[in-house]
Design a protein around this ligand. Structure first.
Ligand code: MTE
Ligand code: CO
Length: 415
């Protein structure tokens, strides 16, 4: 429908384009000296965007996938545009998705959560039942164990969105799993396990040690203040702070207390790490400290000349807080300590900045995270020494971007 307002907006766009052309010529800046259309006509009414989306100038800040990675988009992955975000919170609308059998549509009315196994009273909760339990708010990162998995054998994908974008960080509202286990009269000995599964066709079943289940695991129904999006497990998902994303079961439907791990597909043939001698490491749940520079990076070239510049990135650790991030401009020979945007939350993304000067010369940019346990993020060479080159999952090595004189960045490996 062409309303008068739309017509005026179209006219305003044309005039804006002309003004921009003039601005590039020498002389007074018409954006400063001339009355602009957006100050002359009224804007959009409150009835036009009942639920807001990003302005059209930001439409390239979206999840993207790498088509050749998986055989089908139903069992696949897309990546968070971390190069274009700042701060730490990931908006749900561009937070990466990982499904083994597609995202399902499950209503609150049709939702049921069963707790069974080694419990006094097996229980089935409706969504309304869950809303009557005490709930908490926590910010946590969720990182797929396969994040950076393509980079083991050498620099592969030329974008931080693809090398490190299987991560998101949200504020969850949820019930401590401990409270639901108590309600069912679950046995809680340290040698017991809970087996959790989802309502989707894949079920994505995983075994979690009882100690973790009683510690900080949440049965969550809100993220960043609003209902979970379908693709993130609406109406209820499990949040397993600091542990690999695969355990964060979406569309959570059953929790069974067991006396042994189930050894499901997702914890044997998948999400384990094949070592040099052919054996596989398993039960590698915690995501070790890791960091990456998001700007400059291949999708975020430097678009100014020498002088002041901001280097920025993200750091996180499944063991707790990030305490320090160092940045190198020379491939790890010398390091400067970056400034944290704010004191890091435990098991959540921490933003870092290095406010620095660019001399216009090429750089080999790296970042290196340290966490509260004293753990230091390893180089790729150090990681390969202990893990070989056959792994896919749990690659937390230091990333290098080579920046040339034009400010263009490229994914490289330094030895
Ligand atoms: N839960 C169910 N039910 N089905 C799934 O396919 N994928 C897992 C996990 N939980 C999955 C699931 C994997 S491998 C990851 S990394 C996270 O969900 C991703 O969560 P997200 O899609 O909200 O980013
Ligand atoms: Co995953």
């Amino acid at each position: 429908m062409t309303t008068r307002r739309n017509f005026l907006r179209g006219a305003a766009m044309g005039a804006g384009a002309l003004a921009a052309g003039k601005a590039s010529a020498a002389g007074p800046d018409p954006l400063i000296t001339e009355l602009q259309d957006w100050a002359s006509f009224t804007g959009a009414g409150v009835d036009e965007t009942p639920y807001g989306l990003p302005i059209r100038f930001e439409t390239d800040v979206i999840r993207r996938n790498v088509e050749w990675l998986t055989a089908s988009p139903i069992s696949s992955i897309n990546f968070t545009p971390i190069h274009a975000l700042d701060g730490t919170i990931t908006p749900q609308g561009c937070a990466f998705e990982r499904h083994h059998s597609g995202a399902i549509e499950l209503s609150k009315q049709d939702y049921r959560l069963m707790i069974n196994g080694l419990v006094d009273k097996p229980l089935v909760f409706t969504y309304a039942d869950l809303e009557r339990f005490p709930r908490e708010n926590h910010v946590y990162f969720c990182e797929c164990a396969a994040n950076t998995g393509m980079e083991w054998a050498g620099a592969q994908l030329n974008a931080v969105q693809y090398t490190h974008g299987m991560i998101h960080n949200m504020e969850y509202t949820g019930i401590p799993l401990r409270l639901l286990l108590q309600e069912a009269g679950a046995q809680m000995d340290d040698n017991l396990w809970v087996y959790v599964e989802g309502a989707d066709a894949s079920s994505n079943g995983r075994s979690i040690p009882m100690a973790k289940a009683l510690d900080d695991v949440l049965v969550a129904f809100k993220a960043n203040g609003e209902a979970l999006r379908m693709e993130h497990g609406y109406p209820v998902r499990l949040v397993v702070p600091g542990w690999e994303g695969n355990m964060w079961v979406k569309w959570l439907r059953r929790i069974e207390v067991t006396d042994a791990a189930v050894e499901s597909r997702e914890e044997t043939s998948k999400y384990t790490d094949v070592l040099e001698d052919g054996t596989a490491r398993k039960w590698t749940w915690v995501m070790d400290a890791k960091s990456v520079i998001t700007s400059p990076s291949p999708q975020m070239p430097i678009e100014h000349g020498p002088g002041p510049m901001v280097i920025s990135g993200l750091a996180w650790s499944g063991h707790g807080q990030i305490t320090r991030v160092d940045v190198s401009k020379d491939g790890g020979m010398t390091w400067e300590t970056a400034r944290l945007g704010k004191q890091g939350d435990s098991k959540a993304l921490t933003r870092f900045y290095l406010d620095t000067q660019w001399d216009g010369k090429p750089m080999l940019l790296q970042s290196r995270a340290m966490d509260e346990t004293g753990y230091v993020q390893p180089t790729k060479a150090q990681l390969r020494e202990t893990r070989g080159e056959n792994s896919v999952y749990h690659n937390n090595c230091i990333q290098t971007w080579a920046v040339n004189e034009q400010g263009v960045a490229e994914n490289v490996e330094v030895s």
